[in-house]
Design a protein around this ligand. Structure first.
Ligand SMILES: C[S@@+](CC[C@H](N)C(=O)[O-])C[C@H]1O[C@@H](n2cnc3c(N)ncnc32)[C@H](O)[C@@H]1O
Length: 347
């Protein structure tokens, strides 16, 4: 069952800056984090001897934390001792193609199958897969659509390396680049897609305009995206429970664009024709709760944050997640919901 928790107002578009700050420490850095009590009696997260101010003291301090981010420069931890390393806020990064495959690639392909059935593309098309990541959706296009060619574009070298290594059909090439400035010629492809990407693009309208630019007249521009606004992101339950401890689990910078009406409007505003949208609900079965939890911890940032929780807080989080899950015969049956949109480039 989907959790119906709305995004916090600050993330849901009122203050985009709040959606951007993200814990930036590597897992190893975060693993060195520890909890302690400040002199004020509040819990704080100490990282390499630094303190995340007011950030970790429980659900009721969330608003104060958001205000703190509003008036602070983009530095998450302030140096308090000479041996402290300052860490800048950075966006969510995908730096582990194999981990991504377990954590998200499998979900992406499930949603992608429904999405491709809905697109019903002809064979022999030239595709651009924007934000191709580790190639999870790209491979689906190769397997199911008999493309003439696919160009996958992504900013992450690690994801691209995984995509190149997994691709054996010789139909796809993978290029480093940004959705807002695609390294693809005008009108050079028949179909451009974004699979689970649009919420990461800082200016989604620019991203859609770029997809339109590279697609020939009569070609299709399409996307699907987890619906963060209604609990559709498959890992939202564990993320929310970790948030409830007071930890800052980042939202994608444009999480609210995934609302189905917003996607539809975005496509219409880009001048695309025959715009259509739909929901995609997918299910994934995990053999046990332990396996569900292991895979959830591969989500960027979450595993590191959980490692930093005191054992009693961690036990509470796990128990609440377990209680909220659908478990049948020991297996976890879990659901995700994406919204999809498509439109045609005018002739
Ligand atoms: C959730 S993954 C989706 C990967 C793949 N499309 C799939 O379906 O599994 C999001 C991807 O978007 C990429 N990304 C983030 N910002 C981007 C941008 N501005 N332009 C293009 N891709 C971006 C990330 O590097 C990451 O690989």
């Amino acid at each position: 069952m989907l959790a119906q928790q709305a995004l916090p107002a600050a993330v849901a578009g009122e203050d985009k800056a709040i959606g951007l700050p993200v814990l930036a420490a590597s897992t190893s850095t975060m693993a060195r984090a520890r909890w302690s009590a400040t002199s004020a009696g509040h819990k704080s997260l100490h990282i390499l001897g630094t303190i995340l101010p007011g950030a970790m003291a429980g659900r009721n301090r969330r608003c104060r934390r958001i205000r703190a981010f509003r008036c602070r420069p983009p530095l998450l931890w302030s140096a308090e001792r000479g041996d402290v390393r300052m860490t800048e806020l950075q966006p969510i990064r995908f730096i582990d193609g194999a981990g991504y495959e377990q954590m998200m690639g499998i979900w992406s392909r499930s949603a992608g199958e429904v999405f491709l059935d809905w697109l019903a593309p002809s064979k022999g098309l030239r595709w651009a897969d924007i934000g191709c990541g580790n190639g999870a959706f790209t491979e689906l296009v190769v397997e199911r659509c008999a493309p003439a060619h696919v160009v996958g574009v992504d900013p992450s070298p690690q994801q691209l390396a995984y995509a190149r290594q997994r691709h054996t059909a010789g139909l796809a090439e993978f290029v480093q680049g940004d959705a807002m400035a695609l390294p693809v010629a005008d009108q050079s492809v028949d179909a451009a897609t974004m699979a689970l990407v649009i919420f990461f693009v800082p200016d989604p309208a620019k991203g859609v305009a770029e997809m339109r630019r590279v697609v020939r007249p009569g070609g299709v521009v399409a996307a699907y995206a987890w619906d963060f606004t209604t609990g559709g992101f498959p890992w939202q339950l564990p993320q929310d429970e970790v948030r409830a401890t007071g930890a800052t689990v980042p939202w994608p910078p444009q999480a609210e664009i995934v609302r189905i009406d917003r996607l539809h409007q975005l496509w219409a505003d880009a001048g695309l024709q025959s715009v259509a949208s739909r929901e995609i609900v997918v299910e994934r079965v995990f053999p046990s709760f332990d396996e569900f939890w292991r895979v959830a911890m591969l989500t960027p940032v979450l595993g590191a944050l959980v490692e930093a929780l005191p054992s009693d807080a961690l036990a509470g989080v796990k128990e609440r997640v377990r209680a909220a899950l659908r478990i049948e015969g020991g297996k976890v049956v879990h659901t995700g919901k994406a919204n999809a949109v498509k439109g045609v480039v005018p002739r």
